[in-house]
Design a protein around this ligand. Structure first.
Ligand SMILES: Nc1nc2c(c(=O)[nH]1)N[C@H]1C(S)=C(S)[C@@H](COP(=O)(O)O)O[C@H]1N2
Ligand SMILES: [Mo]
Length: 514
C-alpha cells in the first residue's frame, strides 16, 4: 500500500470553526507582539475599540455608563471579543469547508479593518501605524492556511485518526504561540509605562495652600467630603490609560495668543503652585449617581498662564487638547477669577495615571467633558464658531455649566433599616454659586429644611443631614437644593444628554417592624 494524501475533511463544523478562532488568536497575538515594539504602535483591538468609542451614539454611551458604570470599557472590549470570535469561527468554517480564497479574503478584510482603525486615530497616525494589523493578518492567514494543507496518511492508519492527531497538535502549537506572542507584547509595552515617572516625582509644597477647612464640613449620612483617589470616579474615552512620562511631556499654549508658550513639566512645577478644593462633576451623572467627587488639587492657575501668553480679545473658547486627541472646550468668560487650574497633584499625590498624569485641567463650575482635559498636551485659544470640542458633534452642548443638584446618600434606595432615629444625609452642589439650603420631603409631606454642614467654598459640594424618626413601613424621601442666587432645583427630569441631568433624587426606604 502507498501513502495517500488527503485533504482534512471533518464531519462536524466545530473543528473548522475552532481552526478559525485559533488562527485569529495567533494573528492577534502577533499583532500585540509587534505593537509592543514601539510606544506609538497600538494593539489593533484597541485601535478598533477606539474607533467604536468615537462613533457610538451618545445615548448609547450614556446607557453603557448606566448599565456598566465605569466598567463600560470592559463591556465594550468583551463585546468586540465576542464579535471577533464569531467572525473568526465563520472565516474558519468557510476556509476549510467552502473556499480557501474566500476565507483568506475574510482575513484580509479583517486586516483592512485594523488598518483603517489605525489610520483613523485622533492624533499621530502615520503610514507605519497599521504595521501591527498587517502583520497580524498575515500570521492569521498563514495559520489558517496550515489547516488546509494535505496530510500524509501512514499505511494501515485510519484517515480520521491521523487527521484528529494532526489537528490537536496544530491547535496546541497555535494556542501556545498566541499566548506567548500576546505575553511578549504585554511585556514589551510595559517599557513605555509612566508609572516609574510618576513614582519618581516629588511635588513641591504649594506657594498658596488650600484655605483652612472650617469645622463641621461633614454631615451625618453623607459620603466623605474628600473623595479618595482610589474611589474617585473615572470617565474618559481611553480604552487603556495613556502613558505620558513627565520627562517627555510638554505643554503648548497656542492659537489666538500674542506669544506661544512651551513648558516642560519641570518648568510647570517652577511656577507658582496653588492648592484648591474643587468638586469635579460629570455630565453623564444620572440623578443620585456617583460620577462626582471632591479632591484637593495642586496646580498652576490657568488665567495667569493665559495672561502671560496674551489673549486675543476676539477669542471666546479655551480648548484643552489631550495627548490622545480628546478635546474639551469652555468659555474664556469662565476665567473670571475662579480657580481654574492646570493640575499636577490630587489629594497630596501626583495625579494618578488614570486621572491624567502628568497634568490636566480642572475648571470649577463646568462639567468635566467640557473642561477637565486629562493627559493635557495643548491649550488653544480659539472661537466657538471655529472649533467644536469632542462631545459637541456627538450631541452635547458646547457650553456646559453644571446644574444645581442634590443627592441622598443615606438611606440608599431600597435600604432596609430599623425603626427609630436615623440620619438622612447627602450632598448638594451649585458650583461657583454655592448652596443656600437643602430641603427634603418624606412621603409627599411638606418640604423640610435640613441642617447644612459648613461650606468649604462655592466650588465644592456641601453636605446636609436631617434627623428622622423612622416608622415601620415603606417611605419615600425626596431632596431638592436651593442655590445662593435663590434658584430652587427643578423637579423636571431630563436625561444627561445634551447638558446634564435634572430632576429630584428620590429614594424608597423600607423600615422594619418594631
Ligand atoms: N483626555 C481626556 N480627558 C478627559 C476625558 C476624556 O475622555 N479624555 N473625559 C472628561 C470627562 S467626561 C470627565 S467627567 C472628566 C473625568 O475626570 P476623572 O476621570 O479624573 O474623574 O475628565 C474629562 N477629561
Ligand atoms: Mo464626564
Amino acid at each position: 500500500m502507498t501513502t495517500s494524501p488527503v485533504r482534512l475533511r471533518l464531519i462536524s463544523l466545530v473543528p473548522p470553526a475552532l481552526a478559525g478562532i485559533l488562527a485569529a488568536g495567533v494573528g492577534l497575538g502577533a499583532a500585540e507582539a509587534v505593537a509592543g515594539t514601539r510606544a506609538d504602535f497600538r494593539s489593533p483591538v484597541l485601535d478598533v475599540g477606539d474607533r467604536v468609542v468615537d462613533r457610538v451614539p451618545s445615548w448609547m454611551k450614556d446607557l453603557a455608563i448606566e448599565w456598566f458604570g465605569t466598567n463600560d470599557k470592559i463591556a465594550l472590549l468583551a463585546g468586540i471579543g465576542a464579535m471577533l470570535t464569531i467572525y473568526a469561527a465563520v472565516v474558519g468554517a468557510v476556509t476549510i469547508r467552502r473556499s480557501r480564497r474566500l476565507g483568506l479574503a475574510g482575513i484580509a478584510l479583517f486586516g483592512a479593518l485594523g488598518t483603517l482603525a489605525a489610520l483613523g486615530r485622533r492624533t499621530g497616525a502615520d503610514w507605519t501605524s497599521p504595521i501591527p494589523s498587517v502583520v497580524g493578518a498575515i500570521v492569521a492567514g498563514v495559520a489558517l492556511w496550515s489547516f488546509t494543507v494535505r496530510t500524509e496518511v501512514s499505511p494501515g492508519q485510519p484517515v480520521h485518526v491521523t487527521q484528529r492527531r494532526r489537528f490537536i497538535a496544530q491547535g496546541g502549537i497555535l494556542t501556545i504561540a498566541a499566548v506567548a506572542f500576546a505575553a511578549t507584547g504585554r511585556r514589551l509595552k510595559e517599557r513605555f509605562s509612566a508609572a516609574e515617572s510618576r513614582a519618581s516625582i516629588t511635588l513641591p509644597a504649594p506657594d498658596s495652600p488650600a484655605p483652612a477647612l472650617p469645622s463641621g464640613i461633614e454631615a451625618d449620612g453623607a459620603a466623605p467630603f474628600f473623595t479618595s483617589n482610589a474611589d474617585f470616579y473615572r470617565i474618559d474615552t481611553a480604552l487603556v490609560v495613556p502613558q505620558v512620562p513627565a520627562e517627555d511631556w510638554e505643554l503648548r499654549v497656542v492659537g489666538m495668543v500674542d506669544r506661544e508658550i512651551r513648558l516642560s513639566f519641570e518648568q510647570l512645577l517652577d511656577r507658582e503652585l496653588v492648592e484648591r478644593d474643587i468638586t469635579l462633576t460629570c455630565v453623564s451623572n444620572t440623578i443620585g449617581g456617583n460620577l462626582i467627587g471632591t479632591a484637593r488639587w495642586l496646580g498652576v492657575r490657568l488665567d495667569d498662564l493665559l495672561d502671560e501668553a496674551g489673549m486675543d480679545p476676539r477669542a471666546d473658547q479655551v480648548v484643552g487638547r489631550s495627548t490622545d486627541g480628546y478635546t474639551c472646550g469652555f468659555p474664556v468668560g469662565a476665567l473670571d477669577g475662579r480657580d481654574a487650574l492646570i493640575a499636577v497633584g490630587m489629594n497630596g499625590e501626583p495625579l494618578p495615571l488614570e486621572h491624567g498624569f502628568p497634568a490636566r485641567l480642572i475648571v470649577p463650575g463646568i462639567y468635566g467633558y467640557a473642561s477637565a482635559t486629562k493627559w493635557l498636551a495643548e491649550i488653544e485659544l480659539t472661537r466657538f464658531d471655529a472649533f467644536d470640542h469632542y462631545w459637541v458633534p456627538r450631541g452635547y452642548a458646547a457650553e456646559a455649566p453644571i446644574k444645581l443638584q442634590s443627592r441622598i446618600d443615606a438611606p440608599r434606595g431600597l435600604d432596609r433599616i430599623d425603626p427609630g432615629s436615623f440620619a438622612i444625609g447627602g450632598v448638594a452642589w451649585a458650583q461657583t454659586i454655592g448652596i443656600d439650603a437643602v430641603h427634603i420631603r418624606i412621603d409627599d409631606g411638606d418640604w423640610i429644611e435640613t441642617e447644612l454642614a459648613a461650606e468649604v467654598n462655592d466650588t465644592t459640594w456641601r453636605q446636609w443631614s436631617h434627623p428622622w424618626e423612622a416608622t415601620p413601613g415603606r417611605h419615600t424621601i425626596e431632596v431638592r437644593a436651593k442655590d445662593r442666587n435663590g434658584a430652587i432645583q427643578t423637579p423636571d427630569r431630563s436625561e444627561p444628554l445634551p447638558n446634564g441631568a435634572s430632576g429630584h433624587h428620590t429614594v424608597v426606604v423600607l423600615v422594619n417592624e418594631a
